[in-house]
Ligand binder design. Structure first.
Ligand code: COI
Length: 355
């Protein structure tokens, strides 16, 4: 793929205090873009200075939400190498989301090549401080200026980069999660498995309610019976009950997380029994009452491994593992971050170095 490169004349100062990066506030000097037009396919791949987009106010993505996105990270190792974690999985999932949202397929190799080129230019933006990384946000938007409801004929594929710290300000301290019983995030036949803006937009009302009650995130129940646990929106969810690791199965309304998939592989390798199945909130409450709910944790690219310390379901408040990180959550955190930051050997073949 030909990529035109235009470098900035006015590079920005890099953040001086990497301990306070937060998540998704700072953006690097350049971005990758390519265009799509029916009949022409994806074309005009370019890396240009980071800048605002010029879009028609009639752009279809602004009205009907035809868009999809991904999230992955570049990590700096102690030796100064920059590496990615299973990036091909993100571009594969991007095409799954594209299919659901009637967005044209991308060439996954070309997308990875565009990302690699962008990262080779922006390498110095990958932060050095422990626990920080360069968050990568590829996304596709429908840009036809048209107010009718139909799949667009023109799209933009864009990759932006953001040096980031922790997604949750609580870090590895357990998060408080509110089980949403009023709103739902996804329904059978809907878009729950796709990484598309609408899934996040409709989660905001539940998140707002959770915040009002001093909870950080929402645990979504299935959209039909509001009984079975699905996911948290920014992460997938796992329960350890009586030594067994259980996570909701992928039924179409749960995002197929790459950290989720990797955590399952790591747990199995370490000899834990892992089961993907439907699990109801009632079953979790019963396990809690019986003293068998040993750990709850979330997995996600941004969230990494996040222990859950409190679960609030209606009037029931469950304090998990004395609000402390559990054995399996700690093992997963150490293993995943160890591989990502190059402190542990890459036994699974998940790492891809940026040259
Ligand atoms: C990610 O973990 O990369 C995500 O896309 C979650 C996001 C909503 C912060």
């Amino acid at each position: 793929m030909d990529i035109r490169i235009e470098l900035t004349d006015t590079p920005k100062a890099k953040p001086s205090d990497e301990s306070n990066l937060g998540f998704g506030h700072v953006f690097t000097d350049h971005m990758f873009i390519m265009d799509y037009e029916t009949g022409k396919g994806w074309h005009n791949a370019r890396i240009i200075p980071y800048q605002d987009l010029v879009l028609s106010p009639a752009s279809m993505c602004l009205h009907y939400g035809q868009e999809i996105f991904e999230g992955l990270k570049a990590y700096r190792t102690a030796e100064g190498k920059v590496q990615l974690f299973r990036p091909e999985e993100n571009f594969k999932r991007m095409n799954v989301s594209n299919e659901r949202m009637v967005i044209p397929q991308i060439n996954e190799q070309d997308a990875l090549e565009g990302l690699m080129k962008l990262l080779s230019i922006e390498k110095d933006w990958v932060p050095h401080t422990e626990g920080t990384s360069l968050y990568i946000r590829p996304f596709i938007i429908a840009v036809d200026p048209y107010l009718g409801v139909k799949p667009a004929d023109r799209y933009m594929f864009i990759i932006i980069l953001s040096p980031s710290g922790l997604y949750y300000s609580t870090g590895l301290n357990p998060v408080k999660i509110y089980v949403e019983s009023r709103y739902v995030r996804a329904v059978r036949g809907g878009t729950g498995f796709a990484k598309t803006a609408a899934n996040y937009a409709i989660s905001l009302a539940g998140q707002d309610e959770a915040h009002k009650q001093d909870y950080e995130q929402v645990l979504w129940l299935d959209g039909v019976e509001q009984k079975y646990v699905e996911e948290v929106g920014s992460m997938n969810i796992f329960f350890v009950i009586d030594g067994e690791v259980i996570t909701p199965e992928l039924t179409g309304s749960v995002l197929p997380g790459i950290t989720r998939k990797s955590a399952i592989e790591v747990c199995r390798k370490m000899g834990y029994k892992v089961t993907e199945r439907k699990i109801s909130i009632q079953e979790i409450a019963q396990a809690y009452d019986a003293g068998k709910l040993e750990e709850v944790f979330g997995t996600g690219t941004a969230a990494v491994i996040s222990p859950v310390g409190h679960l609030k379901w209606n009037d029931k408040i469950m304090e998990i593992n004395n609000n402390e990180i559990g054995k399996i959550s700690q093992m997963l955190y150490d293993t995943m971050t160890g591989i990502q930051w190059g402190k542990l050997p890459d036994e699974f073949g998940w790492i891809c170095e940026v040259k």
